[in-house]
Design a protein. Structure first.
Length: 268
């Protein structure tokens, strides 16, 4: 199955971001991808965290959700909508939500980001909990590919990457990690953690990211990539908008899991 990790440098205009996303999704479809994953915050990287509040949508309706459903149906793609802001339990917060749409335009899965990023090195300060309400459930879905194989696909978002117990709970063949890693933390840990999650779970990792300097002056690390179950980076893009393509081989995964049955050896 060919997959696409889509890298963006999203700005402050929701319509402009959706137009950019549509063009990249079209590139993925034209290249033969069956699954295309957008990065975290693909629809909006505002001037301040509270901009997410104005852009939030009710679950099941709204411009971003309509965009994703329409693109999936028109392009015949499985689309993972990075994340978008959905209504939370109070007016001061949103859910940072990843939605999955099938090639017929139907929503098949929802994952609300569980782990909320906080970082302060004296120069950069982030605290997602100020405007984001965390989710509480792991989510995976089945994706029947064109060749007849059904993939178990696990959902996660960005900071989740630092919590390996989440990925163990997914029991997935493919792990998706749409992200907006900071340049500082990405340079230090992004590839290392992604490869570790692939190796630990003998799973494919598809990691679409924000990658560049944004209108709000934030710089994200980028390096969207696809990694195989042995930890090999198959394809990546350092910076700038683009599409990272790779083929997932079910037979290779089965062979690796048979040669090294680490998942069967778990004790704790």
């Amino acid at each position: 199955m060919k997959v696409a990790a889509i890298q963006m440098v999203s700005g402050v205009s929701l319509p402009a971001n959706l137009a950019q996303a549509r063009g990249l999704l079209e590139q993925a479809a034209q290249a033969g991808a069956e699954l295309a994953a957008l990065p975290e915050y693909f629809c909006l990287m505002g001037h301040q965290d509270s901009d997410k509040l104005a852009a939030r949508e009710s679950f099941g309706e709204g411009a971003v959700q309509e965009f994703l459903a329409q693109a999936a149906g028109e392009l015949g793609l499985w689309i993972v909508g990075g994340t978008l802001p959905l209504v939370a339990g109070d007016a001061a917060h949103v859910r940072n939500t990843s939605l999955v749409f099938s090639p017929d335009g139907e929503r098949v899965a929802r994952y609300d980001k569980i782990h909320l990023f906080k970082f302060d090195n004296g120069r950069e300060r982030y605290d997602e909990s100020r405007v984001i309400e965390s989710g509480g459930e792991t989510v995976a879905f089945d994706l029947p590919s064109r060749d007849g194989h059904t993939w178990r696909v696990g959902l996660s978002v960005c900071y989740d990457l630092r919590f390996p117990e989440l990925y163990r709970a997914l029991h997935a063949d493919v792990l998706l990690v749409p992200s907006a890693f900071t340049y500082t933390t990405g340079q230090a840990h992004w590839e290392l953690l992604l490869r570790a999650r692939a190796i630990e779970n003998l799973a494919w990792v598809v990691a679409p990211a924000q990658g560049g300097t944004h209108e709000n002056s934030r710089r994200t690390w980028g390096h969207s990539m696809v990694i195989d179950p042995w930890g090999l980076v198959l394809a990546q893009r350092a910076e700038g908008a683009g599409v990272v393509l790779a083929d997932l081989d079910a037979a290779r995964q089965a062979a690796l899991r048979a040669q090294l049955p680490a998942l069967e050896h778990r004790v704790l």
